[in-house]
Design a protein around this ligand. Structure first.
Ligand code: EPZ
Length: 417
């Protein structure tokens, strides 16, 4: 397992280019199942999760290869309707093939995603929606076996907004007979991106990005050629890196409109941010002010930025209350940050972060994708050397991350173990 070593104390300076959004590319890759032919997806990030999705689509009988940042997919022949546990256990987003497979072939057999470090993450809402559209669902031997001679439109209310649940059911509804209403749907920018990709295939979708999405079924969809939006979480991660190192960084190829809640919060801590439609300049202040956050579904503060914001608050002036409302166990980075001298107490879903003068470098361990990012940020700001173990978590969601930080002047290197 590779490690990453960081010599802290350098102020980041210069330009960094944001990659395509992992959480937009994954559902759009799954959507290619719906249209028979050759699909091309542009601005795809080179990440382990993308490779895993490509291998899974290959297992279903599709052709898949990457040419630079373009994913080319052939979906003429679907020869299997099964997504085995081996794929799903390495990437929960494999569940995104469930709806498209069912809509395309009338059957799908997908392994139930196991537990996950950050929470139970059930998929009961995905299953509820498919049943409302007429699917017969059998849960046995750790698999969801869905069958539907004919899918019909339905009104589906989500008890809580679910990103991949909204995506799975929106994809399924494009080929169901009649009209489907998704209510209390997730509003993330990745949902809008998927809807735009589906519409480019001939789907009839209105309201994506709001909590009510209307889908009118059509008889068939053509292959897609679609460019993925920039990654708003990677954008937020680099904004925080500049803030925590008193840096002066320009972020290119991003979409500030997708990171509004995070940019507003950062400004409240004293970070200077100016932006146009695709570039952000960020300058870290001499002294950061503590601010509170509560993670919420979009457009609220994103749970995927909670760990990074916490790293920033460890050296702010004052006390910050950080409440995680989306996942029940997304504070695993706290113990690691405390090893570096952070003063953090957890009570239920709220972490109380008392700012300290500085962090000290230490050996720490990554536990999940975004926690790994928060440890890099802490290491960049800490005095001394930080060595992060189990960085495979990082490689799932950040393309060439140490090269991007190195380009900004960070003293960071990967240790091949
Ligand atoms: C997506 O996960 C993202 N993954 C996650 O990003 C992100 O953290 C999450 O949305 C929240 O924004 C992808 O898009 C591939 P949810 P998802 O369904 O769809 C509960 C990352 O770092 N729930 O929106 O799995 C669930 O337990 C990853 O890139 C049910 O109860 O999340 C959670 O508490 C981590 N039943 C809440 O809803 C269901 O059927 C939100 O989960 C579905 C969800």
């Amino acid at each position: 397992m590779d490690k990453i070593e960081i010599e802290g104390g350098t102020r980041l300076k210069g330009n960094v280019k944001i990659s395509g959004a992992k959480n937009a590319a994954l559902p759009v890759m799954a959507a290619s199942i719906l249209g028979s032919g050759e699909s091309t997806i542009l601005n795809v990030p080179l990440l382990r999760d993308i490779t895993t999705m490509g291998k899974l689509l290959g297992h279903l009988g599709m052709g898949y290869h990457l040419e630079d940042d373009e994913a080319i997919l052939q979906s003429e022949n679907i020869t299997s309707i099964e997504a085995p546990y081996d794929f799903v256990k390495t990437m929960r987003a494999s569940v995104l093939v469930l709806g498209p497979l069912l809509a395309r072939t009338g059957e799908a057999k997908v392994s139930l995603p196991g537990g996950c470090a950050i929470g139970a993450r059930p998929i009961n809402l995905h299953i509820m929606g498919l049943q409302k559209m007429g699917a017969k669902i059998l849960l046995s031997d750790g698999y969801i076996h869905a069958k539907a001679k004919k899918l019909h439109g339905a009104t589906i209310y989500f008890d809580m907004p679910t990103v991949t649940g909204t995506e799975n059911l929106m994809m399924t509804a494009t080929l169901a007979e009649g009209e489907t209403l998704l209510e209390n749907a997730a509003c993330e920018p990745e949902i809008v991106d998927l809807a735009n990709a589906l519409v480019s295939m001939g789907a009839n979708i209105e309201g994506a990005g709001t909590s009510i999405i209307k889908i009118k079924g059509v008889s068939g969809l053509r292959p897609l050629r679609y460019r993925i939006i920039p990654d708003r979480i990677e954008t937020g991660t680099f904004l925080t890196a500049a803030a925590i190192t008193e840096g002066d960084v320009t972020i290119d190829n991003c979409n500030p409109g997708h990171a509004e809640s995070f940019i507003s919060k950062l400004k409240e801590t004293g970070v200077q941010i100016r932006h146009n439609s695709s570039t952000i300049n960020v300058r870290g202040p001499l002294q950061l002010k503590s601010e509170d956050i509560k993670t919420m579904p979009h457009p609220g503060f994103p749970t995927d930025m909670q760990a990074q914001f916490m790293a920033l608050m460890t050296i702010a002036d004052g006390t910050s209350l950080i409440t995680e409302n989306i996942f029940e166990n997304r504070f695993m980075h706290v113990a690691e940050l405390k090893r570096m001298g952070a003063d953090i107490k957890i009570e239920g879903a709220t972490a109380t972060v008392k700012g300290v003068d500085f962090l000290k470098g230490a050996p720490v361990m990554a536990t999940d994708l975004r926690a790994s990012a928060s440890l890099i940020l802490a290491g960049l700001a800490a005095k001394g050397t930080t060595v992060i173990d189990r960085v495979y978590h990082l490689d799932r969601g950040y393309e060439k991350i140490e090269a991007k930080f190195e380009q900004l002047g960070a003293k960071i290197k990967r240790i091949k173990v």
